[in-house]
Design a protein. Sequence first.
Length: 333
Amino acid sequence: MELFELTRRLVDIESITGNEKAVGEFLEDYLRPLAERFGGKLERMDVEPGRFNVFAWWGEPVVVLSTHMDTVPPYFPAREDDQFLWGRGACDTKGIIASMIHALEALLAEGRRNLGMLLVVGEERNSAGARVANRQPRGTRFLINGEPTENKLALGSKGALRLEVEAAGRMAHSAYPELGDSAILKLLDALQALRALPLPVDPVLGESTCNIGTITGGRAPNVIPDIARAEVMIRLVNHADLKQQVLAALGDRVAAHVVLDVPPVHLGSVPGVETTVVKFTTDIPELTAWGQPLLFGPGSIHVAHTSEERIAKREMVEAVGLYQHIIKELQNR
């Protein structure tokens, strides 16, 4: 398929995290003839019932292109104009998948081998697919992970510490607060202590940031609340001891559960490709067995996860050539 047609087809397959089966089957069917035509192989890596990674390879893969098949909600279908292709997953990461496949097709047609493509599930939630893939390495020396970096090689990406925080109290009539114990006030005190905690700074990755993303709790305005919850995401630039510092700041007034703990990473570059630094987290920390990582892809992270998600057609075309350039440079090392 032509590059934009393939992207539209992928966007039009709803693949919100947990529901990647249909897009995985489509990509299997699309990649299998490419594998057969150029003497390659293709297999599934089962993650859990109805969810699987797709791995295709040609020869003894030195370089593997990898990205994720899942998207965030809500789903909305593809549309396009002269400049952009729109829809859920357009830049995160279905336009990237299409660009990677077209780059692989061109390289294989030139006679290049020792290549692979790894497409995983679950990146948007917990990197479940990457974790399974990391238990099945294939001897690759380099991993090019695809995320929207505006066609620049990222020199690093922030890590993530995600927490669920819960406070327990005792209900009472709001006219007699001394008879109760407010879970909401406990939670607010703990979150304020977290906000006051100095967070590390890195000369390449910049500042750590803390986002209190959700707060829920209580029963009614005239009831002292017996329960309160919050979800917190800290974007890390330095992993050393920070989790312990955060838990100490929250204190014993709340129960804190670590949902996600991903370290920051510093990454490599390739001559002839512009570089950048990104603040988001990727599957790279969960794919350590797949070789030295690089991070590159068309599209802007600023429109990913939004109702305006889109990818510039010009960037996708440019990315096809840049993926080829990066792979050739890596294979020559």
